[in-house]
Design a protein around this ligand. Sequence first.
Ligand code: GLN
Length: 246
Amino acid sequence: MSERTLNIAHLYPDLLNLYADRGNILTLVQRLRWRGIEAVVHEVTHHDQPRLAAYDLVLLGGGSDREQEIVGAYLAKHKDEFARAIANGLPVLAICGGYQLLGTYYQLPDGRKIPGLDVLDMYTSAGTGLPRLIGNVAIETEYGIIMGFENHGGRTVHHHQPLGKVLHGHGNDGESGFEGVHHLNVWGTYIHGPLLPKNPQFADAVLATALAYAGHSPELEPLADDTEALARRAFLSRRMPDVNLS
Ligand code: GLN
């Protein structure tokens, strides 16, 4: 039995799991295991009641408009609990469709609005006749360069701190030059691919935050990450040669 255990909730894995978002969970669990830290993953489907007090980290993945509409209705039932937990420092990582659902609303191309959790002062609209924002993306962040893939119709506007500055790709709205959000212990981003295997330094920052939230020491023994470094260099040189890693 390890001294430190982390409870990770994967919310709606049956509905929000685009572009291998499940790989983010595998990365978190494996990076903990390599340090002898136990991880318990709670797969919370729409049949279950989320128990936010029992989790040290919550992950919301991406999904299509259709799935978002279904998830939006479930999340609406837990709005107050989410608001309280997040204000209390609950770490949340939300990707693409999940990211959009943290805001006030996501407006569909037909004009209807899916209400979000409203934990961020942020909204997203798909607009009509606008192209989707698709392609490889790299951003400059406090965790170094984060890279991956984006594919979204929605344009997100907020005045919180962004996760990073766009070096390549589109980001939040294709115009602002910013990508994602970082507010309290909440990170939102359009980056799939999945996000965490390609960005181990960010994965560790999320884990350290979750360990601290759980009342454990956030110290994480460094890992070699040679394969990850090789993959990052290859990805940049082949797909985004305009981005310099060093
Ligand atoms: N439905 C959203 C959009 O296209 C989110 C898509 C996703 O999660 N990739 O904007």
